[in-house]
Design a protein around this ligand. Structure first.
Ligand SMILES: Cc1cc2nc3c(=O)[nH]c(=O)nc-3n(C[C@H](O)[C@H](O)[C@H](O)COP(=O)(O)O)c2cc1C
Length: 398
């Protein structure tokens, strides 16, 4: 089964016969929930109609590097940041050569050079072209740069030759891309993640809450599950779905979140507190709807909510406890303070005053801070941020 929901795939098509298979490849990605954007090289337009690809992907095709209009819309740097994964299929000998030299003379190569998304290449060429010493040297150069190769397959070729060089079948390519989102380095680990806002009731119809969308916590839960962990996700009210396989526990208030965590904490190896837990709740819950009066003012007394992160840290002494810190100013200093005050192993902090990242955005930009180091993860999708955060947790696991 292929699962690609909400994955952002940048498909680059180059000028080979196998380009005729790319509408089918795009259809498979879309059917499995991915969002697909396409870059076509100049010569690829001779092999497959851009209009077909536009129709199947549901997005405008990107062609040119030097294009004022395109740069005003989704420019090459934005495309580079947008992608969770970049796939070149089919990839010609010429494009492999250009990429191995680190060129940036067309949209595809410039985007690839500017992106830190995982790159996959599905080569497609004549058997002699593939076996050529220079092509093989170029492939080796790219493999040293951690570029992943899918295929090529062996068999009958369009030119009549037989041998290695055929592009892998679209279904196999899609499978390899889906597999790239999973790994096994968290096999056997139990991870407890909190996500979303909490909702603190004032009366039966009113409550205090915040803008957290839950996207970052849900992305962490998905990535941890795909890395082999058993994941419990305790979530406040949000409008997104948890990844199939993640154990979702829905709660409303901070008190309910704490109670749920108490029932789950035994045997947990890693706790990640990503929820935006309300600091305060109304002191007295009013059973029936508060009536409007002639008064111009009213006040609500607030009481401090339980400190869930502190609870986790105090009750998981020899385990890993990670917190999030959403700040609008003095971001790093405040996060460092929280790290030491709550005795955390790591804190992830972001600037929620920037609306292009943080709370409701699909993107995030964070600082990872531990007692020993500090690292910035530049703006990218929350799924990619989640994967990188987990990779940074890996060295903390004994
Ligand atoms: C009919 C035809 C078929 C071709 N098929 C391939 C192919 O399958 N693989 C390949 O590497 N080049 C193939 N080429 C050559 C490429 O189109 C050519 O090297 C081109 O410059 C590639 O540019 P691009 O990689 O920027 O798209 C073919 C050329 C023609 C005329």
């Amino acid at each position: 089964m292929i699962r690609l929901s909400n994955k952002k795939i940048l498909l680059c098509i180059t000028g080979g016969i196998a380009a005729y298979k790319t509408p089918e490849l795009t259809r498979i990605f879309k059917k499995n929930g991915a969002d697909v954007r396409i870059i076509m090289t100049e010569s690829s337009k001779e092999f497959v109609a851009p209009l077909s690809l536009q129709a199947v992907s549901g997005n405008q095709i990107h062609y040119s590097l030097i294009d004022e209009e395109a740069e005003l819309g989704m420019g090459h740097i934005e495309l580079a940041k947008w992608a969770d994964v970049i796939l070149i299929a089919p990839c010609t000998a010429e494009s492999i050569s250009r990429l191995s030299q680190g060129r940036a003379n067309d949209l595809m190569s410039a985007v690839i050079l500017a992106s830190d998304a995982d790159l996959f290449i599905a080569p497609a060429m004549n058997v002699k072209m593939w076996g050529d010493k220079v092509t093989q040297k170029n492939v080796k150069t790219l493999k040293i740069k951690n570029v992943n190769f899918i295929g090529p397959d062996s068999g009958d070729q369009a030119c009549g030759d037989v041998g290695e060089g055929r592009m892998s079948e679209p279904q196999d390519i899609a499978f390899a891309i889906a597999k790239s989102f999973s790994s096994s380095y968290l096999n056997g680990m139990r991870i407890l993640i909190t996500a979303g806002p909490t909702k603190e009731a004032i009366d039966p119809v009113r409550y205090l809450t915040n803008n957290s969308s839950g996207k970052m916590g849900y992305a962490l839960a998905e990535s941890a599950f795909l890395a082999g962990a058993q994941v419990d996700l305790v979530s406040g009210p949000v409008s997104i779905n948890a990844y199939e396989g993640v154990n979702l526990h829905k709660i409303n208030s901070a008190d309910e979140m704490l109670e749920k965590i108490k029932t789950l904490i035994n045997g947990i190896d890693i706790f990640i507190g990503c929820a935006a837990v309300a600091d305060f709740k109304p002191t007295n819950y009013i059973d029936s709807k508060i009536k409007k009066t002639d008064e111009n003012n009213m006040s609500i007394n607030l009481t401090k909510n339980p400190d869930i992160l502190k609870y986790a840290s105090e009750n998981m002494k020899d385990k890993i406890v990670i917190g999030f810190s959403a700040e609008t100013d003095n971001i790093i200093e405040n996060a460092r303070l929280k790290l030491s005050k709550k005795d955390l192993d790591m804190i992830i902090c972001n600037d929620v005053s920037d609306s292009s990242i943080g709370f409701d955005s699909d993107n995030n930009e964070v600082h990872i801070i531990t007692k020993d180091y500090e690292k910035k993860l530049h703006k990218k999708s929350k799924i990619r941020i989640a994967k990188e955060i987990l990779k940074n947790i890996e060295p903390l696991i004994n």
